[in-house]
Design a protein around this ligand. Sequence first.
Ligand SMILES: Cc1cc2nc3c(=O)[nH]c(=O)nc-3n(C[C@H](O)[C@H](O)[C@H](O)COP(=O)(O)OP(=O)(O)OC[C@H]3O[C@@H](n4cnc5c(N)ncnc54)[C@H](O)[C@@H]3O)c2cc1C
Length: 369
Amino acid sequence: MSRPRRVVVVGHGIAGLTAADTLRAEGFDGELTIVGDEPRPAYSRPALSKALLRDIDDLASHTLPPSDHGAVELLGVRATALDVGRRRVVLDDGETLPYDGLVVASGCRPRRLGAEAATGTGPGTGAGRRDDALALRNLDDALALRERIASRPSVLVIGGGPLGMEIASGCLDAGCDTTLMSLGPPLLDQLGRWLSDLLVDAARARGLRILPADAPRPPADLVVTAVGDVPNDAWLGSSGLLGGGRLVVDSRGRVRQDVVAAGDVAAFPSTDGPRRTPLWTSAIEQARVAAAALLRGDDAVPYRARPYFWTEQFGLSVKAAGVMPAAGDPVVVDGTGDACLVQWPGAAAAVNYRIPVPRLRRLCETAVA
Ligand SMILES: Cc1cc2nc3c(=O)[nH]c(=O)nc-3n(C[C@H](O)[C@H](O)[C@H](O)COP(=O)(O)OP(=O)(O)OC[C@H]3O[C@@H](n4cnc5c(N)ncnc54)[C@H](O)[C@@H]3O)c2cc1C
């Protein structure tokens, strides 16, 4: 295949930036343009629901380190359409960007309760647009949430996944009377019974009230929803690239030879069919594969899913690798109680336990003793 001379990356998050860095590392020296609708330097999204809810001043520490990819960065600009025949990305400022290679890395946005947002991505779409509830996806959302909880309102968090639990933890830390509503036990679907019990016990010990999702909604000054996400693929609607309404890629992140995708927007092959894996490390690893495939086609190494995830909530720091949710009780490899390293067949977790991620990953790939 011929190597592209002009590459456009849509999305200025971790997947888009990793793709840009990888293109350069792989020897791409042509024109590189990154389009991002957030009008600010890239930042760590996971920090929004962790340190950023607590730290009052230090926004700068969450900015990602500067890159040397030398790309033209068009920030505060949104891609609105894609013409795959003419190889052009249409922008909301009326410009069009020609490309020979395109990286789709437009991420996702919060699912709203009731109705999904039909269109729109980017700054502000997470927070307070469709109803009075806040949601948390971008820096503006986090700043709005932090400002609201500073006055210690009573808070109702809807959603018992990792994000809902982290938000509830941040609200409790800020001194808010906090209730969380969850469809089933919080974190059970994502992490399994053992880790769910551990984190829910810690949450209750700190004062979190947990209600089933079908209980009457308690009154609260502030409602925050964390009920999943939907991919930012509306701008691809007329491109013909969405298969069954999803952006499905092959094992090298390719939608077609000149278009690759990575991160939260992309459904990669899995044993259960094409699946999105909206995790930070997966976005990085997928972007490396997809950028290499744009340059080297079939010679690029395919993506191998090795899920890794971390969370910080209620005084516990949990790193988990491998197949989650993990079934049953784990074997304790080291430590005790609230500071331990544990292992299941195909999975491992570190709770308040320092361990390099590669070692944790190796542990989840070795047989349980
Ligand atoms: C609050 C929060 C906490 C999280 N915590 C964790 C965690 O602890 N561990 C973990 O593994 N994962 C965590 N995640 C998930 C992780 O942050 C994501 O998986 C990761 O950021 C995905 O990166 P991405 O580049 O694919 O998408 P994004 O980070 O969403 O970046 C996509 C960018 O593209 C922009 N964009 C969208 N549409 C367009 C368009 N049409 N034109 C131009 N730009 C566009 C978006 O505004 C955004 O800036 C968390 C997510 C959130 C929201």
